[in-house]
Each structure stands twice: as C-alpha cells, then as structure tokens.
Design a protein around this ligand. Structure first.
Ligand code: E4P
Length: 216
C-alpha cells in the first residue's frame, strides 16, 4: 500500500519525503488556500519536489471548465493527477480527460455506486472520504471494504485511495481492506511512527549505557 501526504505544505512534504515512506501527495482547494501563497508557483514547487504522484484539484464545476483547468494542471509535470469531484460533470470529465491520456483522481466519493460509475468512466484513483462519513455517524471503513471488493470482483483497474484519514486505526483498517493508497495529514503520519514503549525503552537503554561508562 502506498502512503501519500494530504497537504500543500512544503515543509511537511520535505519532511515526509526525508522519512523515505511517502510515495506521493494529494492536495485540495482547502489545503492549497491554507498556504496563503499564489496557487501556480506553490503547486509547481510541490510537483518538482515529489517524485511520485501529485493530485491537483480543479475548482470549476462544469465539464468544460474542469477539462480546461485539468489540462492546464496536467502541463505542470508528468506526475500530476487531475482531481475532479464525483458529480455528473465530474464523471464526464474523467471519461474525457482519461481519453486524452491524463490520469484522474475522482474525489469526494461517499458511496459504492459513485465508485462503480467512476471506475467505469476510467478513473485512475477513486478517493472515498472515510473520516467525513464517520463524522456523520456512518462507518467510513465499510465503504472502503465495499469498493475494494467490487473492484476486485469486477476486475476494475481503478486504485482505491483512502482519503479523509483521521487516525492510525483508519490506516490499519484501510490496509487490511486492500486499499492501494492512504493519504494522510502529516499529524497522522507522525502518529504512525510513535509508540510510548519505544520512547521508554530507548531512555532505559541510554541511561544504562551512560551509567556503564562504555563507548562505541
Ligand atoms: C483527499 O484527497 C482530501 O484532500 C482529504 O483527504 C480530505 O480530508 P478531510 O476530510 O480531513 O478534509
């Protein structure tokens, strides 16, 4: 399973890449707006930094606008994946842009039927939003399980990119369900590597070593 960072923050991306476990980046209009920088140079910098896929989202809501923005974004680099919302025009945009040789990440997926249509339209990634379903009392992970099963049984090539991840348990469950990718806020990536027993164990090793007076 690949790990993407869900951020448009350059420092977080640099730190994630330095860890050697980050395979790509997803952004969205909210994340980009949070950086308070002109959009184009920001995403150009991200695409140049990241060797793997970078999802950049359109903000138009009609087919013509999505296609125009998608084609502009795709010119930024070969690692750009165009992100389109899962609407009627978004599905048409997937079909069109995929037909032109682009890769599309279909975002804001909240049902298995949406995911089925997106795969039929040719999406490269489908992004079901786990956390936002949990927020309204639904079980987001059930959607990941349904989609991975449907895609496997039906032989779709679309990759399941588990999004709106809020905690380490989401990551474990998405991995068990067979998601191809999880996209994480930097804070969750940090949570994945931490364990209190590691810190306690390391302190004990170093204390014992210091007391012994030995040297490497
Ligand atoms: C997916 O690509 C989205 O950017 C993201 O995962 C949304 O997460 P949120 O629900 O925490 O905003």
């Amino acid at each position: 399973m690949k790990i993407f960072l869900d951020t448009a923050n350059i420092n977080e991306i640099k730190e994630g890449l330095a860890l050697g476990v980050v395979d790509g980046v997803t952004t969205n209009p909210s994340l980009a707006a949070k950086e308070k920088r002109p959009f184009r140079p920001l995403v150009e910098e991200i695409c140049a930094l990241v060797p793997g896929d970078v999802s950049l989202e359109v903000v138009a809501t009609d087919l013509e606008g999505m296609v125009k923005e998608g084609e502009e974004l795709a010119q930024i680099g070969p690692n750009v994946v165009i992100k389109c919302p899962l609407t009627k025009d978004g599905l048409k945009a997937v079909k069109y842009l995929t037909g032109k040789g682009h890769r599309v990440n279909q975002t804001l997926c909240f049902s298995a039927t949406q995911a089925l249509l997106s795969a039929k339209a040719g999406a490269y990634y489908i992004s079901p939003f786990l956390g936002r379903l949990d927020d309204i009392g639904a079980i987001g992970m059930d959607l990941i399980r349904d989609i991975t099963e449907i895609y496997r049984v039906q032989g779709f090539k679309t990759q399941v990119l588990a999004a709106s991840i809020r905690n380490p348990l989401h990551v474990i469950d998405a991995a068990k369900a067979g998601a191809h990718v999880v996209t994480l806020p930097f804070s969750v990536l940090e949570q994945l590597m931490k364990h209190p027993l590691t810190d306690i164990g390391l302190k004990k090793f170093l204390d014992d070593w210091a007391k012994s007076g030995a040297k490497i």
